[in-house]
Design a protein around this ligand. Structure first.
Ligand SMILES: Nc1ncnc2c1ncn2[C@@H]1O[C@H](COP(=O)(O)OP(=O)(O)OP(=O)(O)O)[C@@H](O)[C@H]1O
Ligand SMILES: [Mg+2]
Length: 304
């Protein structure tokens, strides 16, 4: 439990900045990066507690999506629990990225893409035309397969979003950048080279920088599309540990082709096939006792 600090002593996080800016009642999250990284010998993460299962962050109902005439998602019914990791798995082309990209309306940029049905993040109606997409993307950050830092300094990569969204002073911004880099387990590696180009970092460091950039604006949800597929095993482990750590505070949705990763990193797994949600449930159950033979075929490598 974090100690109750006076306002002036409170560490600056996007949450405290936005609270100062907008006057909205928001809670500052802890005191920055915790050294405790979950190291479980178990293959599977612990099952979700009842209260986590009960609390849904993202709700999809009769969600359909098309690219022109091609239907890429068919009647998806899915509840994604809050503050935990949900994995989307399934063979190439089954619609994982499409589903992820509708959660923050990234598909708005694809002219022939359209979607219908219900997609809600808490009370926010994601697909409604009136929804403020800039604010939606602040609430729902995204990390891509290939690390994509801006061709700017390490500091500027992380400061970019907060500058866009908050009126923060220079020192507040510096605190916020440090907070996000610590939270992303990157601070110690970059603290002496913040002004150097982000492009000089290794792939694994760049991916953690992209995670720092995503959390710096105070999102509720982090979407990750195969975030480790371009990384070596050591960097993969670092990012997986980071995902585990971050899932205490953020709702994380990860797309992966790596079955071990889905088993290790997620609490809930959703299996998609040809645009349909075939099965969803606690990860250990989907992997050890899938209710649908199609899921078993995929997980055991007989499909895809
Ligand atoms: N911009 C687009 N225009 C037309 N069709 C598209 C577009 N993007 C994706 N699709 C099609 O939609 C289907 C789902 O694609 P999607 O990228 O969501 O699959 P995926 O499960 O993420 O696959 P992968 O594992 O290979 O990344 C595929 O048949 C794909 O060809
Ligand atoms: Mg994809």
């Amino acid at each position: 439990m974090s100690k109750d600090l006076g306002d002036s002593e409170k560490p600056l996080t996007p949450h405290t900045v936005s609270a100062r800016d907008s006057g909205r009642a928001q809670v500052a999250h802890g005191n920055g990066h915790s050294a405790v990284i979950r190291q479980s010998a178990d293959v599977f993460r612990e099952p979700l507690k009842a209260e986590q299962q009960a609390s849904t962050a993202i709700r999809m109902s009769k969600l359909n999506a098309w690219y022109g005439d091609f239907q890429a998602l068919k009647n998806i019914e899915l509840c994604i629990p809050e503050k935990s990791v949900t994995a989307f798995i399934g063979p190439s082309g089954c619609g994982k990225t499409t589903l992820l990209r509708w959660i923050n309306r990234m598909n708005d940029t694809v002219p022939e893409a359209r979607a219908g049905g219900e997609l809600k993040i808490h009370d926010l109606d994601v697909l409604a035309p009136r929804t403020d997409v800039v604010e939606l993307r602040r609430r729902v950050g995204m990390v891509f397969q290939k690390p994509n830092p801006f061709p700017k300094s390490i500091f500027e990569n992380v400061a970019f979003g907060p500058r866009l969204h908050y009126r923060a002073s220079r020192s507040e911004l510096a605190d916020l950048v440090e907070w996000a880099l610590r939270k992303s387990a990157l601070w110690d590696e970059v603290k002496d080279r913040l002004k150097q180009s982000a492009l000089g970092l290794s792939g694994g460091q760049q991916q953690r920088l992209c995670i720092a950039r995503a959390i710096a604006v105070g999102p509720e949800v982090l979407l990750m599309d195969e975030p480790c597929s371009a990384l070596d095993p050591r960097s993969t482990l670092a990012v997986e540990e980071l995902i585990s750590e971050l899932s205490n505070e953020y709702t994380i949705v990860i797309v992966t082709h790596n079955m071990q990763q889905a088993a290790r990193a997620s609490s809930t797994t959703a299996y998609l096939f040809e645009g349909e949600l075939i099965e969803t449930g606690p990860t250990h159950q989907v992997f050890t006792k899938p209710s649908n033979p199609e899921t078993e075929k995929y997980i055991t490598g007989r499909l895809g």
